[in-house]
Every structure is written in C-alpha cells, then in structure tokens.
Design a protein around this ligand. Sequence first.
Ligand code: UFG
Length: 347
Amino acid sequence: PICNVLVCGGAGYIGSHMVRALVARGCTPVIFDNLSTGHADAVDAAAPDCDLVRGDLLDRQALRRVFAEYSIDAVMHFSARSLVGESVREPALYYANNVTGTLNLLDAMREAGVLRLVFSSTAAVYGNPVTERIAETHPLAPVNPYGASKLMVERMLADHAAAYGLRSVALRYFNAAGADRAGGIGESHSPETHLIPNILRAVLGTGPALTVFGSDYDTPDGTCVRDYIHVNDLCDAHLAALDKLLAAPVGTAALKDGLTAEPGEKGALYYNLGNGLGFTVRQVIDAAARVTGREVPFTVGPRRDGDPARLVADSTLAGRELGWAPKVADIREIIETAWAWHSDQKY
Ligand code: UFG
C-alpha cells in the first residue's frame, strides 16, 4: 500500500536498510534522526529523495513539528542506544533515550492521531535463557538496563493499546548482521563492538586484531552461540508488520471492537526475529576466513560482562502470524554481504 512512514532512526544501520526497503515497496519514508550514531551518508545512499529531519526524541517540539509538517500513516522506531555494556555503565542515558524518548514519540503520535507503530525490540528482554531456543513465552527477565529499557517500552505499548487504541508490533531482534547486496549502505558504528564488523575490520587491517570474549562457556567449542539474522530479513518482517497494522482499525474504532480482547489480535503484538540457528564465535570466525580467503587475526581474552552463553530464537510465531521467513539464513552468505560493504565502506 502507498503509505507515509516516519522512520525514527532511519540514518542508522537497520533504519537505513528499512528506508530503502520502504521506497522499493512504494512507500514514502520521512526520517527523523539526531545523527548521534547514524549517518547522513547512509540516507543519501539508501534513498536520496527522502527527507531527513534532524531532531531528537527528547525534543518534544521537534517531534510535534514533524507530525504537523508531514501527513504520517505509521511510524517505525529504530532510534535507541543499543549497547549492553554501555547501558550498564550509563543507565541514565538508556532510560532517557529509550524510554523517555519513546514516551515523547507516543505522545506526539497520539496528538497527531497516528496510532500505528513498529518498534525495534531485542532478545535482551529475555535475560539469561532457561530454554534451548527462546520463544515469546520465555520469561521476561532482562539482566541489563538496555534490555530493561526495551521491555519498559513494550509494556507502554500494551497499556497504550488498551487505553488509546494504539496498534503496535514489537520485533525482538536477535543478532542483526549483513548488508544490502545493492551496496552503498552497511553496518558502521563508532566505536564498533559487534562481532562480524570487528572480524572484517581485523581482516582488512582497518581495526585491531579481534579479541574473542571467553572460550570457557558451556558450548561446543567454549565460545558464545548467537543467532545471526540478515538485516534485509529484518526489514521484510517490518514490512509484514506494517501491512498488518494498516489492515486493522485504530483508536476509538479499535477500542469499540475490543482491541485487546481477541486472542492473537491484541493491540500490542510482539515477535522474535531470528534464524533459529546458533553459531559460535569460532564458527563465525571460520566462516569469515572462508568468505574473505584470509586469516582472521585474533586472540582469546576474558569473558565480556553480561554475555549469555547462548541466544537462539524460536521465530515460529513470526512465521505463522506475519507470514515471515528469513531468506538469507546461511552464515557464510550473511558474512559475504557484510564483506562486500566493509571492503568498500563509504562512511
Ligand atoms: N564478540 C567477541 N569479540 C568482539 C565482539 C563480540 O568475541 O569483538 C562476541 C561476543 O562476546 C558475543 C558475540 O561475539 O558472544 C556477539 O557479540 P555482539 O556484540 O556482536 O552482539 P551481542 O550478542 O552482544 O548483542 C546482541 C544484540 C543486542 C542484544 C544482545 C543480547 O546486538 O541488541 O545480543 O545479549 F541486547
């Protein structure tokens, strides 16, 4: 459907991929981003004709202005601080940006009568897993402020559904990775903390040798297991979520329908997004060596605080209710797309 989508955080890694996917779908994205971790160059490369409004979610007037200026049908919200370690050291930053910022966004949306939202959540809402694969029914027990801040927002979304008729889909990402094959956009953080970019930068010599954080975990080779999901697959799930939101009534009309009463048709939906495959850090290093044809320089260091041994998604629900299935599930293929970006990195 033709649709104007406000993309908060559209200059970031996942957001810029989303902007490109929205344009390809015939939607008109408008980006709201403070460029604290995002890149104007990413917007230029993803969608040169798309408006970038430089603004902060903590600036309520700036939010009001963007909703006054544009006719927005739905919001996708990628703006957040997202590093576990940083969240432990600076929780105030996380609660301000991720919780207060989102509350400001919800206020501005409600004032403008915009009641459809796709929200970027995370596997970190579960805390330390108590099952092999994590389904949405797994206990919610975040072990760091980052995960706690995302879970607080999910709770706000449920309360906003019941009281105001907001419809939302929270997508709980596992480890986002890779880059769009069309080129020009990719993962670029400063400092970079994520595994695949750190491996590729070590290979290219644009970053230091990799440190493997711990090899004494209770996993097949002692290193942590993660579920890597291609960024374009994440975007596909957002488009499916958007379609679902656009097809349903919102606000008082939705409340009259008993928005929160119907099982499976609640106002605030949430889905895991992962491949359901787990790879150890060592396996990712080996795959990267094969993809790049080069040695990956690395040393083994101590564990990093807050890293669970294993995080693997059960995404059955997203398959069933969103009709979603990942297309790039092979770790080598995911790394290939990241490698293409890193060897030709533009920003
Ligand atoms: N790792 C290294 N060396 C590095 C970087 C990472 O060994 O230089 C290891 C980590 O210890 C971890 C794995 O590689 O075992 C993946 O680490 P990332 O930093 O790439 O990603 P995380 O698993 O820490 O983060 C993901 C999501 C977060 C989410 C978190 C939940 O990106 O949003 O899982 O723990 F909060």
